[in-house]
Design a protein around this ligand. Structure first.
Ligand code: C2E
Ligand code: CA
Ligand code: CA
Length: 607
């Protein structure tokens, strides 16, 4: 055997050797010869015939064990043991953590009233935890969906609402920008929906809206333009914006014409009969289309442009669609500008009236004056009523403005009346919006009372298109006004498509033939014939007929030859300021007036 360096050797003679029971390390040293002396064991290193060379076993083992190589092995061994111990500890720790998590998960599930997996007999803690987590995840997904639905869904139609739609549009426009494709937005507004509500009640109107939503959803499916949210399961390309307004979003990646096809189909679907209970109604829709990126590039701007185009579709006849163009934008900006300016002008009393005489064809004696509103804008100059009256009507500003016009007209006429114009009346244009909002009888009578103007000195001009749509209540109020002595004229007659026979049923005293007829009568036989028959019918029904827009002598002669009673037009006079009217009528005709109660309007051109 080899003895390590530095180990003390012991030599025994052959007779000294005794054998004792092997101690524990004999296991390690199996196969080695051992000698015991005084209970100390020695390991045989070399044996000769006379002696045995040994080393103390314990020393040999220690020296061998603590050699540098063995120390490293020992350290590694110690590390391995400690790792194993640690691993076992860690395993226990993990088990504990899983158990804790599971307890928490079960607590959470219980608090949410959800079924838990706590059957220890069937599953390990880990399996249970996995199952419980699965239940929680499903619950969270459902909860997210339900809350998205409750936040974003329109309660009536179950479509998404404007808010959700705008969020969806923002995402879609980002995609379109990245992938460089265009999209279109349809702004759909039902025509005459207000009448449906007014005539049949709101719950009937609600049912119509629900059916409209269903029809629009089917249009999306038909054109394969659906986009269902994976979370809420809601259709995202179709929204109810509010009231009777809906919108559809279309990706034009594959087909540029798609928006037009969809719009056409929507019009068609809405025009189909709506059957509700035992009622059948017909409605239509007007659609505006805006295209990304041509028309606008943000959701709000796109909606606004489509709204502008929809508005154009409405004014161009309803039941049609229009694609937005910048020219429409200009119009809408002008609209908003004038609306704001008009508000200021009303507040600062910047409007004034001008008066146009209507004269008898026989002697040019003044029949009445038409009060016409004027607006001299500080920057724009004179803005025509043809431009601002429709805006005032649409925004209901006509209520405030019309109130002032009526009061000022009555006040002016009352002054003229008191100055001698006892046979002259003032005629005031009344808009359909005013008829709907006021009790026209009360409103007019109040103005007369305020200004002291006799009822017979007041005429109301209501256009044919307004009169034929007027409700029974309005017609009754007008009748009552006539009963008081107020005259009612049907204005712009011939443009409202009413049949001549309806004239007999309307509460009117005067027919004002639209200037269109006078302008055409000398060249177009048909217009000439219509004028003839209106004049004849007027005579038969005891109505006075007035021809508007007489600019030339030939027109005056023609009108006169037809038996039309009175004329209005530039030939006689342009609308004049109250000061000029005062000069011309009161100062120049004072004697004539005192006899007749009216004046003669001096016409510049010889008749
Ligand atoms: P309207 O009620 O038909 O008024 C007659 C219009 O014809 C006036 O235009 C008048 O200036 C114009 N006119 C008179 N004679 C001739 C003529 O010989 N040739 C031509 N081409 N035109 C003639 P105006 O003042 O510009 O008013 C336009 C329209 O604006 C009015 O048409 C009326 O619908 C509306 N409007 C004017 N003032 C008022 C108002 O005070 N209240 C309401 N609600 N509407 C008004
Ligand atoms: Ca008029
Ligand atoms: Ca007119």
């Amino acid at each position: 055997m080899y003895a390590p360096k530095g180990l003390e050797l012991h030599t025994f003679s052959g007779t000294d050797v005794t054998v004792v029971a092997a101690p524990w390390y004999n296991l390690v040293l199996s196969g080695q010869h051992l000698i015991y002396d005084n209970n100390i064991s020695y390991i045989v290193i070399n044996t000769t015939t006379e002696s045995v060379v040994t080393a103390m076993t314990s020393e040999l083992i220690l020296t061998t064990l603590f050699s540098p190589v063995n120390i490293i092995i020992l350290i590694l061994l110690a590390l391995a043991v400690s790792w194993l111990v640690n691993l076992r500890f860690q395993n226990n720790h993990e088990k504990y953590a899983i158990k804790m998590l599971n307890t928490k998960a079960i607590e959470l599930l219980n608090s949410l009233n959800l079924a838990t997996d706590s059957d220890l007999t069937k599953h390990t803690q880990l399996d249970q935890l996995q199952n419980n987590f699965q239940t929680l995840t499903t619950h969270i997904t459902n909860y997210t969906r339900e809350s998205e639905v409750s936040i974003y869904q329109d309660k009536l139609t179950h479509l998404i609402d404007r808010h959700a739609y705008i969020e969806h549009l923002a995402k879609q426009l980002r995609l379109a920008e990245m992938d460089k494709f265009s999209c279109a937005l349809l702004f759909i507004d039902l025509d005459g929906f207000k009448q449906v509500n007014d005539s049949f009640g709101h719950s009937f109107g609600d049912d119509v809206l629900i059916q409209v939503a269903t029809r629009l959803s089917s249009v999306l499916r038909h054109h394969k333009i659906s986009n269902i949210s994976p979370i809420s399961q809601l259709e995202q390309n179709l929204a109810r914006l509010g009231g009777d307004e809906f919108s559809i979003f279309i990706n034009l990646k594959d087909d540029k014409e798609k928006a037009l096809e969809v719009a056409q189909n929507v019009l068609h679907e809405i025009e189909r009969d709506f059957v509700l209970g035992n009622k059948l109604i017909k409605i239509s829709a007007s659609i505006g289309i805006a295209v990304y990126p041509d028309s606008a590039s943000t959701p709000q701007a796109l909606l606004q442009m489509a709204d502008v185009a929809m508005y154009r579709a409405k004014t161009d006849g309803r039941g049609i669609f229009k694609v937005y163009s910048p020219e429409m934008g200009k119009k809408i900006r002008r609209y908003h500008y004038l609306l704001e300016e008009m508000r200021l002008a009303i507040a600062s009393s910047s409007f004034h009236l001008s008066f146009q005489p209507i004269v008898h064809v026989d002697d040019c004696a003044i029949d009445y004056f038409e009060a016409l509103v004027r607006w001299d804008h500080p920057v724009e100059g004179s803005i025509t009523p043809d431009e601002f009256i429709p805006i005032a009507e649409e925004s209901n500003l006509i209520l405030e403005l019309g109130d002032w016009i009526m009061l000022e007209s009555c006040r002016q006429m009352s002054a003229w009346y008191n100055a001698g114009m006892k046979k002259v009346s003032i005629s005031v244009n009344i808009s359909g919006v005013q008829l709907k909002h006021y009790d026209i009888y009360e409103w007019v009578m109040e103005k007369l009372a305020k200004t002291g103007l006799p009822a017979k000195a007041l005429m109301l001009e209501i256009t044919e298109s307004t009169l034929i749509k007027a409700s029974n209540k309005i017609i009754q109020s007008l009748e009552k006004l006539r009963g008081e002595g107020i005259t009612i004229a049907i204005d712009d007659f011939g443009t409202g498509f009413s049949s001549l026979s309806t004239l007999a049923d309307l509460p009117i005293d005067v027919i004002k033939l639209d200037k269109l007829f006078v302008a055409q009568a000398n060249d177009n036989l048909k217009y000439n014939e219509i004028m003839h028959s209106v004049s004849e019918l007027g005579r038969k029904l005891g109505l006075k007929v007035v021809a508007e827009g007489v600019e030339e002598l030939a027109q005056f002669e023609l009108v006169k030859s037809m038996g039309i009673n009175s004329v209005q037009g530039y030939l006689v006079s342009h609308p004049e300021s109250s000061v000029n009217v005062g000069h011309k009528v009161l100062q120049d005709n004072i004697n004539f007036m005192s006899v007749t109660g009216t004046g003669v309007w001096n016409i510049q051109q010889p008749l």
